[in-house]
Design a protein around this ligand. Structure first.
Ligand SMILES: [Mg+2]
Length: 341
């Protein structure tokens, strides 16, 4: 593959991605792709990752970067209760970018796309002067029962699909200790660099008919809970003792002397699903997810605001803090409970 010859580059990318599925009538290589339309509603999402803002190539391999750029889109699709189908990939490459890097980047995308039966149907490659950029658009399908952030009702239970804070723990350990020193904490590194999008879990939840609202945790549990309660016009009470924190995250916290609580509540990039459901349908949710969900609180009337009960039983406001791309890093640096270091 050559980065200087457009035709060669497209052929190289096609070579990495392989043949698309039969849904694709015309894939990469023409002015636009042509695909069969889904039977249900069409669902679309897009996410951009910029070097220096969302990733650091000092400790991220190009395969991991490609994987994560698709994973964050799959996670958004999951949060709607939709099935992912087609992706368009745009990359901004620097002058210094090698052919090997591009091949590996697409390899990372391909591996995850294959697992979730997603076709890469096109994209764009441009030159970017100072930072590598990757931007993926994902198209999917949802039946009439897609799930939004706005359906939570008073009395609903609030749950998450997995432990929180692992990604933030991984990021902190990577930044402070360096990747070469994290062999024993591989799980944390993977949680940050290669998060598992909860597509299967989301589709299982949709089938139950029990879920009233859902969001994926990208900005941090507290901030995303506020997105959900804000759009549902409700309040919430979270039981801090019920927030799932893995032993690995606690170990990471000990190593860099940071509270795992902060990572779990405000850390971000967990890509677990945060959802609400009617308590009468608890058994249906249990049947759909088995043991891989944790009830962390309940929905209250809006006047109760969003609160958290700590281990001592004291109740305070849960502030909507967390990862915010528009807040300067320096302001967050001195905050002991943010992930940025
Ligand atoms: Mg989202």
């Amino acid at each position: 593959m050559s980065l200087h010859d457009e035709f060669e580059l497209i052929r190289g990318i096609q070579g990495v991605l392989g043949r698309p599925s039969r849904r694709v009538i015309l894939g990469i290589g023409d002015d636009a792709a042509v695909v069969k339309p889904p039977k249900g509603n069409l669902v679309a999402t897009v996410d951009t990752m910029v070097e220096g803002v969302h990733f650091d190539l000092a400790y991220t391999t190009p395969q991991e970067l490609g994987y994560k750029a698709l994973a964050v889109n799959l996670s958004d699709m999951a949060a709607m209760g939709a099935t992912p189908l087609y992706a368009l990939v745009s990359v901004g490459l620097q002058q210094s970018t090698t052919e090997h890097f591009v091949g590996e980047l697409y390899q990372g995308i391909r591996k995850l796309a294959k697992r979730f039966d997603v076709d890469i149907i096109g994209g764009n490659t441009v030159q970017s002067p100072t930072a590598t950029v990757i931007d993926i658009s994902l198209i999917g399908e949802a039946s009439k029962t897609f799930i939004t952030r706005s359906g939570a009702r008073v009395g609903d239970l609030i749950a998450v699909t997995g432990p929180l804070g692992e990604s933030a723990a991984g990021l902190n350990c990577l930044k402070r200790l360096g990747r070469q020193n994290l062999d024993r904490l591989k799980g944390l590194v993977n949680a940050h660099l290669m998060p598992e999008p909860r597509v299967k879990e989301a589709l299982a939840l949709v089938k139950t008919g029990a879920v009233t609202s859902m969001i994926d945790i990208s900005d941090g549990f507290a901030r995303d809970l506020h997105h959900l309660t804000g759009q549902s016009k409700v309040g919430a009470l979270i039981d801090e003792a019920a927030i799932p924190i893995s032993d690995l995250t606690r170990k990471g916290g000990e190593l860099v002397s940071t509270s795992p609580r902060g990572w779990a509540l405000y850390g971000g990039e967990d890509y677990e699903l945060l959802f609400t459901f009617n308590p009468k349908k608890l058994s249906a949710v249990k049947k759909a997810l088995g043991k891989s969900f944790y009830i962390v609180g309940e929905i209250l009337p809006i006047k109760q605001k969003v609160k958290i009960k700590n281990a001592a039983g004291e109740i305070g406001l849960l502030e909507p803090r967390g990862w915010n791309h528009f807040v300067r890093r320096s302001r967050l640096k001195n905050d002991p409970e943010t992930v940025l270091v």
